[in-house]
Write a protein that binds this ligand. Structure first.
Ligand SMILES: NC(=O)c1ccc[n+]([C@@H]2O[C@H](COP(=O)([O-])OP(=O)(O)OC[C@H]3O[C@@H](n4cnc5c(N)ncnc54)[C@H](OP(=O)(O)O)[C@@H]3O)[C@@H](O)[C@H]2O)c1
Length: 274
């Protein structure tokens, strides 16, 4: 897909792989909407892209650990733009960011589930009118190979909590949502895919886990850009990719009853139900 003139929103683009993807798309002539919590990190990216002779990205500041913050972000984007050709839901926290212990969001939801999954769920629905207006358009959910099935009796993981289980549950939830949303949008000209960008890239969340990186942000960025812009995936939807290749996710992703439960719960938790 030719990206010049296309409008692209990338959440979590003040750091890591999202930052790389934002710079690449700006280099291809896209109108890039960047997002994060930290205005100074955003300023540094804007200056870097501008120095390269490309159109300065527009920064939207929002903390996605609050559903009100998500709604404000969607409102600000919708106030400024009438179409969104590509939405990359990339922001996230790892299993160790801020420590491995259980924490809750502003709305009282388990934090990794809230930031990594629920915020992207709500944002996708709030931005859907803009995304549909740009059809053929794409949604890319940046998930992971780290996937843990959801225990519907304890979605907020009040028992046997671990940061890695919470992270992996949130990532599988993103993949389950991808399958459902793709089905919902199949006649709207909007494709939805998810991916594991690369394993242990050299990013803040990996370093926070004390893990030695084994791949680069360029690798993960290329896989994300492939789903966002690749001609070979233009008609593909509802799929999970491991890097550049289509792959199978955890079996729960293909369990229609589990997806239905997750969808019902997510609509309720985000206030979208009814
Ligand atoms: N790194 C890997 O090896 C790897 C592997 C598989 C999947 N992934 C996935 O790739 C995506 C990007 O990860 P990364 O490694 O690039 O991470 P990163 O370098 O830690 O960057 C995370 C981004 O998310 C933003 N963010 C975090 N918490 C937020 C919140 N509460 N509200 C708003 N923004 C928030 C950060 O913004 P601030 O600048 O404000 O902190 C930052 O821009 C994640 O979804 C991750 O799960 C990564």
């Amino acid at each position: 897909m030719k990206m010049a003139g296309k409008t692209v929103l990338i959440t979590g683009s003040t750091d890591g792989v999202g930052r790389y993807v934002a710079a690449e798309l700006a280099g291809q002539g896209s109108r890039v909407l960047i997002h994060g919590r930290d205005a100074m990190r955003a300023k540094a990216l804007i200056e870097e892209i501008s120095r390269g002779g490309h159109a300065a990205p527009i920064f939207y500041q929002a903390d996605l650990s609050s559903l009100a913050g998500v709604r404000e972000l969607a409102g600000a984007v919708a106030a400024d733009h009438s179409r969104l050709d590509v939405f990359i839901s990339n922001a996230g926290i790892g299993s160790m960011n801020g420590g491995p212990e259980r924490r809750v969001s502003a709305d009282g939801h388990e934090l990794r589930f809230a930031v990594n999954y629920l915020s992207g769920f709500l944002l996708a629905y709030l931005l859907l009118p803009l995304i549909k207006a740009a059809a053929p358009a794409r949604i890319v959910n940046v998930a992971s190979l780290g996937q843990h099935p959801i225990d519907f009796d304890d979605v907020m993981i009040t028992r046997n909590y671990s940061g890695s289980r919470a992270y992996a549950q949130s990532k599988l939830a993103q993949i389950m949502f991808t399958v459902d949303l793709a089905e919902e949008l199949k006649s709207a000209g909007v494709t939805v895919n998810s991916l594991h960008p690369a394993t242990y890239m050299n990013t803040t969340m990996v370093r926070a886990g004390g893990i030695t990186p084994v791949s680069t942000v360029q690798e993960g960025g290329a896989a994300t850009l492939h789903l966002a812009t690749g001609d070979d995936v233009a008609g593909k939807s509802g799929l999970f990719f491991n890097g550049m290749r289509e792959a199978r996710a955890n079996p729960q992703a293909y369990d229609a009853a589990a997806r239905k439960r997750l969808r019902k719960l997510s609509l309720e938790l985000t206030g979208l139900a009814g």
